[in-house]
Design a protein around this ligand. Structure first.
Ligand code: NDP
Ligand code: MG
Length: 383
């Protein structure tokens, strides 16, 4: 029986993780979990899974939850301290980090220091502080198992292979909601248009990131850290069908790919069951005949500026990816609140990157400060 702590239980990945725990209840038990503000959903989760500890966004949410009348032996915490307590719960062996944003960084660090295996969906953690997180995982002998579908695909293709014989990684991109729009047509797209992803149903922030192509940029940086791969050896290819989740080209020219229907429960279950594989309830098998043809197109870096910014920030390294991530989080939040237009997301990120004086090997403290300063800078531009 593997005991699980889950950050972001009420989100898209969180709910699908709970589905795996529910359907493989002989293998997994939820011991602790967190939510943000969706207390009604968390209440249902508590009644079904009976975790020992839960955490919510703030004091108000904690009081609301307690007033609903949950079993008295369940401990309720809130804020960053609560996230950390969930991440390091003494009974858990695995942390599934499915919170959104760089708020996931410190809990991940603490979980690593407590020897927990990390199943990582929260890519912002690696983007903002990859050098620190990977060094800490190595120091404590902890595995970081990717949940992001592209990275899970690469991880699966690497099984039994020699990582030194990788020629390059080829990450596939569906293209997001606006893949067929020109830059001109992006000028007055709405939030509703942006949230309408053709292939995947996901949380709001990552759906916007897919529309700007920043999601793929964040994934390039994530792959750089997870697989210790220079940026020159990471390619992105547009692949509308989202059937091939990513590929590795090896030194002998062989290309290995992982395929499947778009269902995030597959990479979630792979990380939880690793190194085993288990059937997934109601999983729709891949029908290649129905697809008939798969398509691949070159990425246009002028059309998808955020992908270009991410490569640039990744290559410069140091504190610049922290700025990229924080500016993006702030800009996407503003877009979702109808404060800025879609194309202003790119402008704000560009401004933040240009203004920043790069620190080459930022400490955790410096990263937290730069993250905060970048958010303030971006929100001052919005006002
Ligand atoms: P959602 O927005 O659906 O869920 C986010 C979760 O985090 C919710 O439980 C939310 O709580 C909680 N949360 C948000 N902000 C805070 C905060 N400040 N403090 C504490 N908890 C908070 O996101 P997704 O599930 O889509 O994505 C989660 C992560 O996984 C992201 O990093 C994303 O990039 C990554 N990912 C997601 C994929 C997907 O298919 N969804 C695919 C690959 C990666 P509440 O709702 O209760 O407020
Ligand atoms: Mg992905």
């Amino acid at each position: 029986m593997k005991k699980i702590s889950l950050l972001g239980a009420t989100g898209s990945i969180g709910i699908q993780t709970l589905d795996i725990i529910r359907n493989q209840s002989n293998d997994f038990e939820l011991v602790a979990c967190s939510a943000g503000r969706n207390i009604d959903e968390l209440y249902k989760i508590i009644l079904e899974f009976k975790p020992k500890l839960v955490s919510v966004a703030g004091k108000e949410e904690a009081e609301k939850l307690t007033s609903l009348g949950i079993p008295s032996q369940i401990k309720v915490l809130y804020g960053e301290e609560g996230l950390i307590e969930v991440a390091v719960h003494e009974d858990s062996t695995i942390l599934v980090n499915a919170v959104v944003g760089s708020v996931g960084l410190v809990p991940t660090m603490k979980a690593i220091q407590n020897g927990k295996t990390i199943a990582l969906a929260n890519k912002e953690t690696l983007v903002t502080a990859g050098h620190i997180v990977m060094a800490e995982a190595e120091k404590y002998g902890v595995s970081i198992l990717p949940v992001d579908s592209e990275h899970s695909a690469i991880y699966q293709c690497l099984n039994g292979e020699n990582p030194n014989e990788i020629h390059k990684l080829i990450i596939t991109a569906s293209g997001g909601s606006f893949r067929d729009k020109t830059r001109d047509q992006l000028k007055d797209v709405t939030i509703e248009d942006a949230l309408n992803h053709p292939n995947w149903s996901m949380g709001a922030k990552i759906t916007i990131d897919s529309a700007t192509m920043m999601n793929k940029g964040l994934e390039v940086i994530e792959a750089h850290w997870l697989f210790n791969m220079p940026y020159e050896k990471i390619d992105v290819v547009l692949h509308r069908e989202s059937v091939i989740h990513s590929m590795i080209e090896f030194d002998d020219g062989s290309v290995m790919a992982q395929l499947g229907t778009p269902d995030m429960r597959v990479p979630i279950a792979y990380a939880l069951n690793y190194p085993s594989r288990k059937p997934i309830t109601n999983h729709k098998p891949l029908d290649l005949i129905k697809f008939g043809t798969l398509h691949f197109e070159e990425m246009d870096f002028n059309r998808f500026k955020c992908l270009d910014y991410a490569y640039q920030a990744g290559k410069v390294g140091g504190s610049l990816p922290t700025v990229l991530n924080a500016a993006n989080e702030e800009a996407v939040a503003a877009f979702l609140q109808n404060k800025i237009s879609f194309l202003q997301i790119e402008n704000l990120i560009e401004n933040a990157l240009e203004k920043h004086n790069v620190i080459s090997k930022p400490s955790l403290e410096e990263i937290r400060n730069i993250d905060e300063q970048t958010r303030q800078f971006v929100s001052s531009l919005i006002k």
